[in-house]
Ligand binder design. Structure first.
Ligand SMILES: C[S@@+](CC[C@H](N)C(=O)[O-])C[C@H]1O[C@@H](n2cnc3c(N)ncnc32)[C@H](O)[C@@H]1O
Length: 270
């Protein structure tokens, strides 16, 4: 049986924000450009099979299919799955990272771009990692996105959310145990999530029988710089220079607390 999403998480995604989150704002565009830049370097060459768990409307699945990969999106939101399956070369099914509808040893790569920050219970996150380890081939790779628990503090200061006492309480809670609870469903804020401490990105996958090869900082502090980022992204040459510069620090452990992290892991099998 497929575990259900918490109602507030389902409601949040059914508002449809993932359709354009990575294209309308400069912070979203930065996240996409950097994530894509990393994927082009850590995935096996096409035509490999990629399972995109939490793939939403196919924001990465579409470009991956165009690049020659065989891609299957697995996501709990039926509306997103319908949109992803309409993309050329993309298969999509409703499902959950805790019980993947896929056979053992069938994927060359598994993307976990969503489930790890929406499963609050640690034991269940280990199940997500284990499921990825089960379906990936012995020589395959898992790429997992997580969000730093320090990010809401800086984001709230930059965007003015800190003026709301409820937000400051939310930050306090997130800093203390990683749980980000938008209990009133404030639309400008993120929905219920688990935000990781960088150390957990070693211990969780290790418990699931995975070896973490890299922990890559995606945006570093750039996610919150505002209009300067708009200027860079408006200029293709500056964008290329920015991407080149970010590559040089992407493995720096002291930057892992800033925003998104991509963990690259492989199965440990005897
Ligand atoms: C912020 S969106 C990310 C979408 C896209 N993968 C990206 O990186 O931009 C998070 C996605 O994770 C999905 N998700 C949440 N809980 C999940 C779970 N337990 N298993 C699989 N996907 C889940 C949501 O439905 C949503 O589409």
């Amino acid at each position: 049986m497929i575990p259900m999403l918490r109602p507030e998480i389902m409601n949040y995604y059914q508002r449809g924000g993932e359709r354009n989150r990575l294209t309308v704002s400069s912070r979203g565009r930065l996240e996409f450009l950097r994530t894509w830049d990393v994927l082009t370097r850590v995935l096996p060459a096409p035509p490999a099979t990629v399972l995109d768990v939490g793939g939403a409307t196919g924001v990465y699945a579409g470009p991956l299919a165009r690049a020659g990969y065989r891609v299957c999106v697995i996501d709990p939101v039926p509306e997103y799955v319908a949109e992803a399956s309409a993309l050329d070369g993309v298969a999509a099914v409703v499902g959950d990272g805790r019980a993947l509808p896929a056979a053992d040893d069938t994927a060359d790569a598994v993307l976990l771009f969503g489930p790890l920050y929406h499963v609050l219970d640690r034991a269940e996150r280990i199940v997500v990692w284990r499921e990825a380890a089960r379906v990936v081939r012995p020589e395959g790779v898992i790429v997992a996105a997580t969000i730093s628990r320090f990010f809401p503090l800086f984001d709230g200061l930059t965007r003015g959310f800190f003026r709301d006492l409820r937000y400051r309480r939310l930050v306090e809670q997130t800093l203390s145990d990683g749980t980000y609870r938008n209990v009133d469903g404030e639309p400008a804020w993120f929905t219920t999530a688990y935000l990781h401490h960088p150390d957990e990105l070693l211990s969780e996958p290790a418990e699931a029988g995975l070896m973490v090869r890299r922990r890559i900082t995606v945006e570093g502090p750039l996610r919150i710089i505002g209009s300067r980022l708009d200027e860079i992204l408006a200029d293709p040459q500056e964008t290329a220079v920015m991407l080149e510069m970010l590559r040089t620090v992407e493995d720096e452990p002291s930057l892992l607390g800033d925003s998104h992290v991509l963990s690259v892991a492989t199965p440990l099998r005897g």
